[in-house]
Design a protein around this ligand. Structure first.
Ligand code: AMP
Length: 113
């Protein structure tokens, strides 16, 4: 996969407000936040989108969810947050490097737009 915008953030070639990092993933604040807390959790080994994942990606995918929940908790919203994965352009995906949106800090409507 060619270097995505998020690979450039992982490699510190583009600045970001990083809130968490480990060997498998990076979490940083969205540049265009849709809620008081809006963080993206991104795997360091990129796949373009969730529908490209294979069975072997299961540990990484589980890790992203656990980290997303922990990030919400560390930012003060451990009991009230929403996770979003946009898969494909028609579903709103604009960066083709899998990421989990963590949204919190306001009442979130349903259904989403
Ligand atoms: P999606 O539309 O689901 O692919 O989400 C991509 C997200 O990346 C959007 O919410 C953008 O606001 C966010 N984004 C784009 N560029 C940056 C950046 N340089 N730093 C942080 N977030 C970004």
């Amino acid at each position: 996969m060619a270097d995505t915008l998020f690979v450039k953030i992982i490699n510190r070639e583009i600045p970001a407000d990083i809130v968490y990092e480990d060997d498998q993933c990076l979490a940083f604040r969205d540049i265009n936040p849709q809620a008081p807390v809006h963080v993206l959790v991104v795997p360091k080994t990129p796949i373009a989108k969730l529908s490209d994942a294979v069975d072997g990606d299961a540990p990484m995918l589980g890790h992203l969810l656990l980290v997303a929940g922990r990030v919400a908790s560390e930012l003060g919203y451990g009991q009230n947050f929403r996770l979003v994965v946009n898969n494909g352009a028609d579903a709103g995906q604009s960066v083709f490097h899998l990421h989990v949106h963590v949204l919190a800090g306001r009442r979130l409507g349903w259904p989403p737009g």
